[in-house]
Write a new protein. Structure first.
Lengths: 659, 319
């Protein structure tokens, strides 16, 4: 009885402590189905079939960019589980299928696991994401197409529990659909013209590997071939005056073809071993990325002084990026209380690009040249950590990491006989170093109470960018009180970074605070709440040209600063009540509000509010059937400009059948 | 005394031999303590509810096999020999490994007896989770998991992670975010909760627990293939410090997960022309005098610099 009660409580826990996930599919189940046993297999299934509605007021394009649920019938979720009762099935011992959102939801997924004990295991994951590309509203209204990404992964393991495994895999990632891009013509003071693109991208990865055990060591070798290609056509449509209607620039026709294809084959070799006194692992990988491309572009129109202009540009060439990485980690466990770990890593990436560029403008053939760039990044890092558990309630850990990075760069265009060939150019080189110290403690004064405190301090020399980490400090604290029916937690995290060199400076202050908790006094009632405050303020020196007065010339502004302040309050509240184990009612509320700055002068601050209350009722009308209905509201409100605000009502009803 | 080539080879062989011998000695498992294993059928007598559905559990393989040693079979493979527990007629204290009573490191040791030998868990001993006493049973529920695959303690992986990472939950509640709550993505698409190798970007110090794509690239490139390159003209910031230079990967109040609501301030914070920064150490180039930043036309840099992640034909990322 007690065990049954624990299982029910665990079951309730699993279904109640939700983040603000979409209101459908329904989280409640009809119970714990025991399934039917057929020919030595236990079979369990569930299907949730339903219908979605939505109604949007305001900027429907913004709704489709951020939420995108539509109308229509859906297989909101389904699962099939087949298990061999004795573990000795014929061709398989376990089949597991799960789906979400099939039938035209913007976010669809399906997964399959098929395995036969000790012989094989096959995993399939298929996902689809349809998202709206808001840029196309320039077409004078909404369009009806989403850009769709399909991702699928197949992994097959032969002898999964054996000391010798064979690993086969295939992954595919395709992206198709409309998008917006722009082109700038005909010179640097020209205009920008929106273009429609029909995205056609694909990447395919094939994997072959093995894993074997020898003398307690495990060797894993994997080789993969990655092919990718893009052949996205763009079109101008009608003649365009560009974004700036005040000038004479006009683009009357454009043809562009810019296909590319490439490969990125990689090797990964890993050797590792875990023992009572020590553990070691080493990993080496090498990838040789290569891309061949051509860009053929012809444009006709009028330039900024109204002269008819025709321009043709052809670029073709190759780009390569070989990358090597290695890691070696050695851990010592001299006693049950102490763990010492040292990790050394090295990575070396080289990017080399050669291309041929030629341009013909109004029949005048400009000198062709070969742009050449080289970027090499070599990073070596060594980290040492010590973790000491002094007693049951107190532990301390400390660590030190040093990494050094060398960045080499060669840039230029090679005009034969005029400029220095790339091979004779002297690279520009710089070294960066980073020292990082870590210290943390874990305190558990009571079994239910845990306290974590840790800090990380880093000092870098020569950061590559003003916004990079230079002098940074991070402080984190977390306290949690956890019993079977109640959990309370609070945390705080502070990240400060200051970067200054020469005349430039950049400072970033990020502070996060939060509390969250859940209370499940009975298996028919639960409540879950969280509040988080995310603060970020940054200050950076900027340098630009601007026309300060309405009649004056463009001047250089060197003393301005970019100040950004974001104060985001985020809260989640959800509650669930089960009435006589027949009716489940759940409600949730999610709010994200950036209140912006309060006391700084002229900061960038863009207050907005995004809220989403939801409610759901689920009625068990039969031992195996539930009827569900839910409603979720989405409200997006920007204080600065209301052009993108929207209010969306979404609802669904469904029948869940499980057996 | 003269040293010959043969002596040198012999010496190297001796050193290597001693090295591997020492590894072999250290690698030899310690003898198991004398113990009385009773078998899972005895456990079934008092725990029928657990056993009734155990055939669905991946750990049932050890029982179905029938070939495993007693210490690697069924209940006792995780909980230890049960004779004392049987003799005492029950009681948690008599279970050698009662997971609700033992220390986190004991939980880890027990699970890693079988589960240590995969690449994805190669760094579990030094992972951020382990160092904070977050071990296997904090995230996996062996007997009452609502998620058959990986035996997660909650039905949705994201809910499991949000249990501790509430600030991440807040980020994924924002209007612009990766579709994790919607079920399209999972935390493990980008993170390895069992610990990851040092990253190959951003000085190898941060971010931690971020899993790398096959070629040691940022996980972003697993999906965003058009940003992958290689390009003739790389935007060096992407390769040197990573995508997080400009984007907040979990979620943002700004479109396209950008760190700033307007583009030009994001760009100008680096492209300010001040010396000592950039790949040439002369500062990332600030906009030329042809850019009147007071004119809104110039404030969205990527309208013209459309190939901002990298370009094959334009050093200024025009095409």
């Amino acid at each position: 009885m007690k065990r049954t009660k624990i299982i029910i409580v665990a079951h309730v826990l699993a279904f109640t402590l939700h983040a603000q996930t979409p209101v459908a599919p329904t989280a409640e189940s009809v119970g714990i189905p025991r399934g039917d046993t057929i020919s030595g297999y236990n079979v369990r299934q569930s299907f949730e079939l339903g219908y979605r509605w939505h109604s949007v007021g305001g900027d429907a394009g913004m709704y489709r960019s951020t939420v995108n649920y539509g109308n229509g019938p859906r297989l909101l979720s389904s699962s099939l589980s087949v298990n061999s009762v004795d573990g000795h099935g014929g061709y398989f011992d376990h089949v597991q299928i799960n789906t979400i959102g099939l039938g035209n939801d913007p976010y669809e997924s399906a997964s399959l696991r098929l395995e036969k004990n000790r012989l094989y295991r096959y995993d399939l994951s298929w996902r689809s994401d349809a998202y709206y590309n808001p840029g196309l509203t320039i077409s004078g209204g909404e369009h009806f197409l989403d850009t769709v990404r399909h991702v699928q992964d197949h992994d097959f393991t032969l002898f999964p529990q054996g000391s010798f495994k064979i690993l086969l895999g295939y992954s595919s990632n395709t992206q198709t659909g409309p998008a917006l891009t722009t082109i700038q013509q005909f010179d640097v003071r020209g205009d920008e013209y929106p273009l429609f693109a029909n995205i056609r991208r694909a990447q395919h990865e094939y994997r072959l590997g093995t894993e074997l055990t020898m003398m307690g060591f495990r060797l894993n070798v994997l080789h993969a071939w990655v092919d990718f290609k893009d052949d996205t056509p763009v079109s101008l449509g009608a003649a365009s005056q560009g974004n700036n209607l005040a000038d004479l620039n006009t683009l009357t026709s454009l043809q562009r073809s810019e296909p590319y294809h490439g490969t990125s084959p990689y090797w990964r070799v890993a050797l590792f071993r875990e023992n009572r006194l020590w553990a070691a692992n080493g990993r080496f990988s090498y990838v040789a990325g290569h891309r061949a491309f051509v860009d053929d572009e012809t444009a006709f129109g009028f330039n900024r002084v109204g002269t008819p202009t025709g321009s043709q540009i052809v670029t073709l060439g190759n780009a390569e990026r070989p990358a090597l990485a290695g890691n070696f980690t050695f851990s010592l466990f001299p006693s049950a209380k102490l763990t010492l770990t040292n990790q050394t890593s090295i990575s070396h990436i080289r990017m080399v690009g050669n291309s041929y560029f030629t341009q013909v403008t109004n029949g005048i053939f400009s000198t062709p040249f070969n742009p050449f760039t080289f970027l090499g990044i070599r990073t070596i890092a060594n980290a040492t950590d010590a973790d000491l558990r002094l007693n049951k309630w107190f532990a301390v850990r400390a660590g030190y990491e040093y990494s050094t990075r060398r960045i080499r760069s060669i840039e230029g265009a090679d005009i034969r006989g005029v400029t220095t060939p790339p091979s004779q150019r002297v690279p520009i080189e710089q070294e960066n170093g980073l020292h990082t110290g870590l210290l943390g403690v874990r305190i558990r004064p009571l079994k239910a109470l845990s306290i974590l405190l840790d800090t990380e301090i880093g000092r870098a020399d020569h950061p590559i960018y003003p916004v990079s980490q230079r002098n940074y400090e991070t402080y984190r604290g977390r306290i949690e009180y956890k019993l079977k029916s109640v959990r309370l937690a609070g945390y705080s995290r502070t990240d400060y970074n200051t970067n200054s060199a020469s005349l430039a400076n950049f400072a970033s202050h990020s502070r996060q605070y939060g509390v969250d908790g859940s209370w499940i006094p009975k298996n028919w009632f639960s409540i879950d709440a969280s509040y988080t405050k995310l603060h970020l303020d940054t200050l950076g020196a900027i340098n630009y040209f601007a026309q300060i007065s309405t009649v004056g010339p463009v001047q250089q502004v060197t003393t301005d600063q970019s100040r950004y302040v974001s104060n985001i309050h985020s809260g989640n509240l959800s509650a669930r009540v089960s009435i006589r184990q027949r009716v489940d009612v759940s409600a949730g509320y999610s709010l994200v509000q950036d209140v912006g700055a309060s006391n700084l002068v002229f900061p960038q601050s863009f207050p907005l509010r995004y809220l989403s209350p939801q409610g759901r009722v689920s009625v068990r009308i039969h031992e195996k059937i539930r009827w569900n209905a839910g409603y979720q509201y989405y409200g997006y409100h920007e204080d600065y400009s209301g052009l993108q605000n929207y209010r969306a009502h979404t609802a669904y009803t469904s029948m869940l059948w499980a057996f | 005394m003269r040293y010959s080539w043969g002596m040198l080879v012999g010496g190297v062989r001796a050193v290597l031999g001693l090295f591997f011998l020492s590894i072999f000695i250290l690698a030899t498992p310690a003898a198991l303590p004398a113990a009385d294993y009773v078998g899972s059928n005895v456990c079934r007598t008092c725990h029928p509810n657990v056993f009734a559905s155990f055939f669905r559990n991946p750990h049932y393989k050890s029982i179905a096999s029938g070939k495993e040693k007693p210490e690697n079979t069924g209940c006792e493979s995780c909980h230890g020999p049960g004779q004392d527990h049987v003799n005492a007629r029950g009681g948690k204290a008599t279970i050698p490994v009662a997971f609700s009573l033992v220390s986190p490191e004991k939980v880890l040791d027990t699970c890693l007896r079988c589960h240590s030998q995969t690449v994805s868990r190669a760094n579990i001993r030094r992972s951020e989770h382990t160092q904070r006493d977050i071990v296997c049973t904090n995230c996996h529920s062996i007997h009452s998991s609502p998620a058959p695959k990986f035996l997660l303690a909650k039905q949705q992986q994201s809910e499991l992670c949000y249990g501790c990472h509430a600030s991440v939950r807040a980020q994924f509640s924002m209007p612009f975010k990766h579709r994790v709550n919607e079920g399209f993505m999972q935390c493990t698409d980008c993170h390895n909760p069992h610990g990851s190798f040092a990253s190959t970007w951003n000085m190898a110090a941060r971010p931690r627990m971020v899993d790398q794509a096959g070629g040691n690239e940022e996980p972003c490139l697993k999906c965003h293939i058009d940003k992958r390159g290689p390009f003739v003209y790389e935007h060096a910031a992407v390769r040197v410090d990573g995508c997080e230079t400009c984007h907040s990967p979990h979620g943002s109040t700004n479109a396209r997960l950008l760190k700033r609501p307007v583009t030009f301030t994001l760009c100008l914070e680096c492209h300010n022309g001040f010396a000592n920064f950039g790949r040439r150490l002369d500062g990332p180039q600030n906009p030329s005098a042809s850019h009147n930043l007071a004119d809104p036309r110039y404030q969205n840099c990527t309208t013209c610099h459309v190939r901002i992640h990298g370009s094959n034909g334009s050093q200024l990322f025009f095409r």
